[in-house]
Design a protein around this ligand. Structure first.
Ligand code: HEC
Length: 136
């Protein structure tokens, strides 16, 4: 299962990466949280981030409901921790199962030559987007 989902994630990254190469990535469009989420996250987490994306049922672990990140963390939205979960290169214990891709690496590859700062900026846009999705 690990391998299947690993290559599924790689395929998703590749296809979305190609979409970016088709010109969606200029003009800063792909740097916005909502656009990034739609391109890279909605397939698993769902357009509404509730964990019911079109490929969710193919995974061994159900993608998390991302509107409940704070609720699962005693009501606190820890931006640094969420950033690290999404990046994935510096795993946070207990968060983001094995089916959650390492976006830090994926964004670097998708952009061809994204710098660490650019990768960080993309992840930060996603963190902001997710923070805004938390019910108050
Ligand atoms: C291949 C499917 C897949 C894609 C694509 C994906 N995720 Fe995930 N994600 C998961 C799975 C599976 C989990 C783990 C659920 C668990 O461990 O309970 C997860 C967990 C998470 C968590 C931890 C939530 C929590 O409170 O524990 C965050 C944050 C997250 N994903 C954000 C993102 C973002 C942002 C993107 C897009 C850049 C993304 N994910 C794309 C499958 C995916």
């Amino acid at each position: 299962m690990r391998n299947t989902t690993g290559s599924l994630a790689a395929t998703l990254v590749l296809t979305t990466g190609l979409a970016a190469a088709n010109g969606q990535d200029d003009g800063g469009v792909e740097m916005s949280g909502p656009a990034l989420f739609k391109s890279y996250c909605a397939s698993c987490h769902g357009a509404d981030a509730k964990g019911d994306g079109p490929v969710a049922h193919l995974l061994a672990y159900r993608p998390a409901d991302l509107t409940q990140v704070a609720a699962r963390d005693r009501g606190r939205f820890d931006r640094r921790k969420v950033h690290r979960i999404i990046d994935g290169r510096d795993p946070v214990k207990g968060r983001g199962g094995p089916d959650m891709p390492l976006w830090g690496d994926a964004f670097k590859l998708a952009g061809g030559s994204y710098s660490d700062a650019e990768v960080d900026q993309r992840i930060e846009s996603l963190v902001e987007y997710l923070e805004a999705l938390q019910p108050r």
